[in-house]
Design a protein around this ligand. Structure first.
Ligand code: ADP
Ligand code: GLC
Length: 477
């Protein structure tokens, strides 16, 4: 049995802005089910919900700050979550990275540096918890200083650093290094310094024993300038200690057979019932009830990564086709405004919901016929897997985890029963539109479409497989 400390800046259902939270809320449970001893550690944000109140464990002093550790659990499991409680940094409204108005926290570097110091203390069993992990599993830049700080220790646990997104690196001006009072030995070209600035992610990339990312394709992509954002050289240098492990999904939360958030549950043998969810969704979103018209869904952060510009550039032409489009998301203000303008012009074709709404997310997954995910890059992506499980065929760009989890409906894949969605290559509105039209042609052929839906629903995206890969890795390092 391995003792694993899993460090993350967000964890579902306690607090979530994206897929990292889904992973941090389900991989530790999957590892526990494989007999491992896993503890999650994250900051104690004001916005934390859906868990028992934290029980006081101890106080740890780092860098002149007295920080409390509280203990709660992942709901429905016995996996302990250690909450790093330091009210001046974490007791604010908003999310882990921005205030209520979407402005990044100005002291975000201080916040996560403190978090990293505490993770390091806990990892070295200096927090009086009488528990020392064999492995510290860090995730994204917010935990990047942990492998770096641990590199200065004797008898340190092994470290894994998982990249969920290379686009976010935690880079700060050089003087932040001094202000954060970080050890001088780590400030050099092969350490935390990045072109004269402080890079949190480099701590993970330079000092961890092993690097993983969340799909095999993305593991290759990040070794190229297009996806490596200046760190491709370092990643290529570490290619022998770098691997891609595809994320699983929480098959209890995302299960059309038992989903309490949708009006009608269904499975691959009762696909005819799925339309009730479509009707309910059309009603909820004030779209015309049109059972036969393809309804295309999209859920996600409205940022460049997600290829929303491609969708925006197709929307006008999409309104000339017999289809409907329902989007749920939030992010970039200008994207939000442009989308809402379209919805105002074409209320019987396009529905735009700005905000974060888990229930509606389930209803869109269940009620749509197809799901758009035209991402410019996508380390893994979860919604294309949720969609397949709900018999809602994803239309995805051939990149990262999308390329690894969706099989394009082509004559040979239809014949051999593997086709589970539609895939396109070029990041252009034209390529997306062509693929939507291709989807509409397939959709019009009912028996074929249902076959594709069943292919998709038959796929196994559960965590067990991926958790076994992580476990093998922990054992190896
Ligand atoms: P990323 O982590 O890059 O945002 P993923 O596909 O890995 O992308 O995960 C996104 C997760 O966040 C999914 O579980 C998705 O359903 C959820 N999500 C994103 N935006 C919203 C929203 N506006 N409302 C509800 N859920 C959302
Ligand atoms: C990131 C990526 C997304 C991935 C998620 C969980 O936010 O953008 O592709 O699914 O992390 O690993």
């Amino acid at each position: 049995m391995k003792k694993i400390l899993f460090a993350s800046s967000e964890t579902h259902p306690l607090i979530k802005t994206g897929g990292l939270a889904d992973v941090a809320g389900s991989l530790p449970i999957a590892l526990t089910n494989l007999g491992q001893d896993v503890r999650v550690i994250m900051p104690n944000y004001q916005g934390i919900k859906n868990c028992e109140p934290g029980r006081y464990l101890c106080t740890v002093r780092v860098n002149n700050c007295d920080v409390n550790l509280l203990e709660t659990h992942l709901p429905g499991s016995n996996v302990a979550v250690w909450l790093v409680d330091y009210p001046p940094f974490f007791n604010h409204p908003g999310n882990p990275y921005t205030d209520e108005n979407g402005n990044p926290w100005p002291d975000i570097g201080d916040r996560f540096a403190l978090f990293c110091r505490i993770v390091t203390e806990v990892a070295m069993d200096r927090a009086y918890l009488n528990w020392k992990p064999d492995v510290v599993h860090c995730n994204d830049w917010q935990t990047g200083l942990v492998p770096a700080l641990l590199s200065l220790e004797v008898a340190k646990p092994a470290t894994v650093f998982t990249i969920h997104n290379m686009a976010y690196q935690g880079v700060f001006p050089a003087n932040t290094y001094t202000l954060l009072n970080l050890p001088g030995q780590l400030w050099h070209h092969d350490g935390l310094e990045y072109h004269g600035m402080l890079s949190f992610i480099k701590g993970g990339l330079s000092y961890s024993d092993w690097i993983t990312t969340v799909s095999p394709t993305y593991a290759h992509e990040i070794q190229t300038p297009e996806f490596g954002y200046g760190l491709e050289g370092l990643l290529a240098h570490r290619q022998h200690t770098l691997s891609g492990i595809i994320n699983g999904i929480d098959t209890n939360v995302w299960n059309p057979e038992t989903d309490q958030q949708i009006v009608q549950t269904y499975n691959r043998d009762t696909l005819n019932k799925k339309v009730k969810n479509k009707t309910a969704l059309q009603k909820r979103l004030s779209l015309p009830i049109a059972p036969d018209q393809p309804l295309l869904g999209l859920i996600g952060r409205l940022v460049d990564q997600k290829g929303i510009d491609l969708v925006l550039n197709c929307l006008k032409e999409m309104t000339t086709l017999p289809l409907q489009f329902a989007l749920l998301g939030s992010g970039d203000k200008s994207i939000q405004v442009r989308l809402q303008d379209f919805a105002r012009l074409y209320p019987d074709k396009i529905s735009i919901t700005i905000g974060y709404d888990e229930k509606l997310a389930h209803q869109i997954e269940a009620g749509s016929d197809m799901f758009l995910m035209p991402s410019r890059f996508e380390p893994c992506g979860l919604n294309q897997m949720y969609s397949q499980r709900y018999g809602t065929l994803p239309i995805v760009r051939k990149t990262g985890g999308l390329a690894d989890t969706v099989v394009d409906a082509l004559p040979e894949t239809i014949k051999n029963g593997t086709a589970s969605g539609l895939v396109f290559k070029d990041a252009t509105p034209g390529a997306l539109l062509e693929t939507i039209k291709r989807g509409m042609v397939l959709h019009a052929n009912r028996p074929l479409w249902e076959q594709l839906q069943r292919n998709a629903m038959n796929k196994d995206f559960s965590w067990e497989n991926s958790a076994n890969h992580y476990l093998a890795l922990y054992r190896e390092i």
